[in-house]
Structure formats: structure tokens, C-alpha cells
Design a binder for this molecule. Sequence first.
Ligand code: ZN
Ligand code: ZN
Length: 229
Amino acid sequence: MSNENQRPFPFRPKRNAQVNKSILFAKSANLKLLDHKKTDNDIIFSFQNYKEERIEVSLQQVPNCSCPFKTKNPSKICMHIVFALLRYFDVDENSMLLHQLAYTNSEFNKLKNSLVEIRTNNDSLEQSWILSRKEKLPGKIPNCSGCKTKSIMPGDLHIYVKGKIVLKNNIQKDATFRFCPDSKCLKNIPTWSNLKPFTCAFVDLKGKISENDISKISSEGIKIQIKFV
Ligand SMILES: [Zn+2]
Ligand SMILES: [Zn+2]
């Protein structure tokens, strides 16, 4: 019988010095993401460290890592696990998840749903705003990043842009920001992002967008460009 709140290892109320050290290391770690894979039961990240060694972090109810430290100390949390949690999920430095040896089912599901969109070769891509119909994607329904209230449902006409979320501790996470096709929402860019002001949107030509849609949105003062690729 599985219980949503059952934890395979006892809850750890407090953080110890070793976990603090892993957090400190993780924040300055130079790990290159080679690959990642998400299944129902786990999320696997393959990293390369500065010595060009491959390290595999497997996030599941009991997180694990292939590094020598975790292999020798199964009851400790290595910096690679902490790095993956801070960098790719909605987990901040104070989260109690960082010092647990195991998560409950509901904690793990919540974690999985907060996985950010990951680009392996990043930074050089220009920020292009795209007018598109929302695809059906797993995970929770996003809200508009401008008004923060309207849900963007599958099939909805919206404008999205890929950028980064900038956190307090200066860790950046890749993210897709979605907006209502409304100039008020597009002017209201989150301050905790690296987004540059909206200028114009390109039309996603695969996105089932009619000329009517385009003229309606243009008439509301949003500049639309059709780019053929
Ligand atoms: Zn490790
Ligand atoms: Zn909105």
C-alpha cells in the first residue's frame, strides 16, 4: 500500500554542516549538462564536471548520484543532487527538500512538475517573441506572466518567449514566459526575469493561426511579423 506522505527514510528536521557544504559547492559548481531524461518515476541528469568526468544524478523518491562521494556516503547529500534541485526545479536555498534523503510521493510529484524547460546549448539564442497556439504539454497550466491571473489553456492564442528566471541567489533557470495577446500584459514583464521589452511577435507558422487572428491582434496595438523559415 503506498501512501502519498510516506517517506522511505525518516524526515530530517534540520540541516547539518555537510549539507550546508554541499549547497555552498553546488552554488559555485561548474557542471555542464550533457543530457537529461524524465520518466514517470525519475529524472536523470548527466553532467560533466571540470575534470571532464561524467556524473549521473537520478532524482526519484530516493535521490542518488554516481559520484564517488555519494557512492561512499549513501546517507549524505552530495553537491550534484543539490545542484540539480536548485538549478532545474522550483526549489530555493531554504527548502527542506535539500537535506532530505528521501521525498514523499507528493513532494516528488510536485518537484517533477516544477522542472523547468531545459535547453542544453543556451545563452546565444536571441529572445524571439512568438505568436502561437498553446500546445498541450504535461504539467500544470501556466498563467500569463503579465497579468499573472489568466490561465493559458491548450489551444489558446498567446505570445511566448524563452528567457531566464533570475533568482535571489543569482542562479538562473531557463523558462518559457507566456503572455495573453494583450498589450497591457506584454508591457508587464516580470522583474525577476532577463526579458527585454517586447517589440514585436513572430508568427508560429505551424501554429494554426489565421489571418483573422493576426489582424485582430494587430488592431489591438501588438506588432506582428510573419517570418518565413
Ligand atoms: Zn554527486
Ligand atoms: Zn495576461
